[in-house]
Write a protein that binds this ligand. Structure first.
Ligand code: GRF
Length: 206
């Protein structure tokens, strides 16, 4: 087993941060052939694969094909980075404890889509991003690290998203490195990180 398989559906800025962070990426797999992140991966000579969800009649069939594509690389970790598909229970179970996601809110607040607009509408003053292990419940698995940023006067969803995204690029590679270094432990739904100087939060005041 070696490295990380990253699943993407689009832009791939988190993928880029992961690669630039020195994480060994065994392959990048997308459910969309036009995902921008695939071009980036090819440019870095990382193996890529496309498993188009539209080619499969059911979620189960798609997830089975996806698992096959992943397992070909025997990764230690599967990292979802803007992968826009709901996964079946058996897929989630197959990678239990070795599949992570990054979500653009401070979970458990604002699961699902359009998190920045939802945060603005709720009037929260602090927003952020969360890296968590993936479980059956969408956007609710054990939290590995969170980054908090302020919501500033004059923010719209795009400005807020950009502030959060900058921090996503800091915390996701960090969480993955902790995992690969064997520093993460999971008990009772809580994740701890071993070793000195590891903070499971990032606070940004700008
Ligand atoms: C990020 O905001 C991530 O938190 C969310 O989807 C977005 C993906 O962006 N899950 P990118 O493709 O990594 O640029």
């Amino acid at each position: 087993m070696s490295g990380v398989v990253v699943l993407i559906s689009g832009r791939g800025s988190n993928l880029r941060a992961i690669v630039d962070g020195g994480v060994p990426v065994a392959a990048v797999i997308s459910n969309r052939a036009d995902a921008l992140g695939l071009a980036f991966a090819r440019g870095r000579e990382i193996k890529t694969a496309v498993v188009e969800h539209r080619d499969y009649a059911s979620r189960e069939a798609f997830d089975a094909a996806l698992a096959k594509a992943i397992d070909r690389h025997a990764p230690r970790l599967v990292a979802l980075a803007g992968f826009m598909r709901i996964l079946t229970a058996s897929f989630v179970e197959r990678y239990r404890g070795r599949m992570m996601n990054i979500h653009p809110s401070l979970l458990p607040a604002f699961p699902g889509l359009h998190t920045h607009a939802a945060a603005l509408a709720a009037g929260v003053k602090i927003h952020g991003a969360t890296v968590h292990f993936v479980t059956q419940e969408l956007d609710h698995g054990p939290i590995i690290i969170q980054a908090a940023v302020p919501v500033l006067p004059g923010d719209d969803a795009d400005r807020l998203a950009a502030r959060v995204l900058e921090q996503e690029h800091v915390i996701y590679p960090m969480a993955i490195r902790w995992f690969l270094d064997g520093r993460l432990s999971l008990s009772g739904g809580r994740v701890d990180v071993a070793g000195d100087g590891a903070r499971q939060f990032q606070l940004v005041d700008r």
